[in-house]
Design a protein around this ligand. Structure first.
Ligand SMILES: Nc1nc2c(c(=O)[nH]1)N[C@H]1C(S)=C(S)[C@@H](COP(=O)(O)O)O[C@H]1N2
Ligand SMILES: [Mo]
Length: 416
């Protein structure tokens, strides 16, 4: 798969030529019927927008490809309708190159760090057999979900609304394992290293190495997981072992885990400092420069919701009511109310809202809307958490990397 051409770069040009040749020869598993007529030097359209034809990590063909080096795929809202997100519809956010065919039977995790009294290696098989196995549905959301709406634009993957999902995860409690390994009283942070490789190929630099404060590491629901929805983790989601911390930025939920460090300070690994996964402590004017010292690490994610049915753009005859539904999640809190508006926020109607399957799982909501006249409408959806915090209607708090956009999700509706 390729990006648009870079005509000035000979290496890139050669790569494209080879890719096009392979494609025309059927090498991508699709026969190109008139291949012999294809003009030399032209880039097949499908290679610029490969979604419908090319196998993207076994994902639903409706996923939106943001980048293939590293892989980044998001899920359109209408494909996120399931209460438990299926593997084929879970977004992928990679910072580096995925490891190749890890052998689960040879997999070990090293536990060490300043606040670990007895550095220990545990095999995946030992983790599976020595600790209680538990399952929780946990929301995984990239802190950059919604980034595409910031103005001025923030660099990074231009996620719209689809870097979120809530699968069922199975594994052991990180807490149980930490207790067995030993934790000194001065422990402050627990952080991970994974087997993926920095895009530069440099083996001395991690693609990403992040962590959480002790309190989050020790929660009942903080998992070292090897299954998603009752099956082994797919490679793209961290096979054979990953962390899952529901309600926090997805970046703390390390994939392909092979080392866990118990730190006596805030972890200082790759993407813990500078502007990475950090936001200004005080609000700033959009586009302004913020010194790193004025930034703080993102902890829990804010309250948010999605309209997953119908798909935006629905056309309805006047007189018919519209059934709507979706999910709402509160970072670490519970969602206590869900409302929709059909008049651009002037009035709101409360929705039916289910309880979560467990803490840090998303909640399902449903509502009906009735429209007074023919024409264009938007349905806006707004969640309120148990601390009374509501989603804003417009993009909140500009920050240099475009994190934490929890503005209301909107869909277009036409009555005819
Ligand atoms: N080892 C490793 N772990 C990682 C990442 C990564 O690039 N490498 N990406 C993180 C980020 S930024 C997010 S949002 C989540 C995404 O998880 P998913 O790809 O399973 O949806 O994984 C996190 N864990
Ligand atoms: Mo992320």
């Amino acid at each position: 798969m390729v990006d648009p051409p870079y005509p000035d770069d000979p290496g890139r040009r050669r790569f494209l030529k080879n890719t096009v040749t392979a494609f025309l020869g059927g090498g991508f598993g699709i026969s190109v019927v008139y291949a012999h007529r294809f003009p030399t030097g032209l880039l097949p359209v499908v290679l610029q927008h490969p979604e419908p034809f090319v196998d993207m990590l076994g994902k639903d063909t409706g996923m939106r490809l943001l980048n293939d080096r590293p892989w980044n795929l998001e899920t359109p809202a209408h494909l996120l309708d399931d209460p438990v997100t299926p593997a084929e519809r879970l977004f992928v956010r990679n910072n580096g190159t995925m490891p190749v065919q890890p052998d689960p039977n040879a997999w070990t995790v090293r536990f060490d760090g300043e606040s670990c009294p007895r550095p220990t290696d545990l095999s995946l098989n030992e983790l599976k057999s020595n600790f209680e196995t538990v399952s929780y549905q946990l929301v995984l959301e990239c802190a950059g979900n919604g980034r595409s709406e910031f103005n001025p634009p923030a660099s990074g993957n231009q996620w719209t609304t689809g870097a979120v999902g809530c699968p069922l995860w199975t594994g052991v409690r990180l807490r149980d394992v930490l207790e067995a390994v030993g934790v000194r009283d001065d422990a402050v942070y627990v952080a991970y290293y994974g087997a993926d490789i920095h895009l530069s190929g440099d083996r001395n630099t991690e693609a990403i190495s992040r962590g959480v404060p002790m309190a989050k590491a020790l929660e009942d629901e903080s998992l070292l997981a090897w299954e998603m929805n009752g099956k082994a983790l797919p490679l793209a989601h961290g096979f054979p072992l990953r962390l899952v911390f529901g309600g926090w930025p997805g970046s703390v939920s390390g994939k392909w885990i092979n080392r866990i460090v118990i730190r006596d300070r805030v972890h200082d690994g790759q993407k813990m400092g500078g502007k990475s996964y950090r936001v200004p402590r005080q609000p700033i004017a959009p586009g302004s420069d913020v010194p790193d010292e004025a930034m703080e690490i993102i902890h829990a994610m804010p309250v948010k919701s999605l309209i997953t049915r119908p798909k935006s753009g629905v056309v309805l005859p006047l007189g018919k009511s519209l059934s709507l539904g979706g999910h709402a999640w509160g970072g670490e809190g519970k969602v206590q109310a869900m409302d929709i508006s059909i008049d651009f926020g002037a009035t709101w109607k409360s929705c039916r809202l289910r309880d979560p399957a467990n803490r840090f799982a998303w909640q399902q909501w449903e509502a009906e809307a009735n429209f007074p006249r023919k024409g264009y409408y938007e349905v806006w959806a707004r969640a309120t958490d148990d601390a009374g915090r509501m989603q804003p209607m417009i993009v909140p708090g500009w920050n240099p990397r475009g994190y934490l956009n929890n503005a209301c999700h909107r869909i277009a509706v036409r009555l005819v």
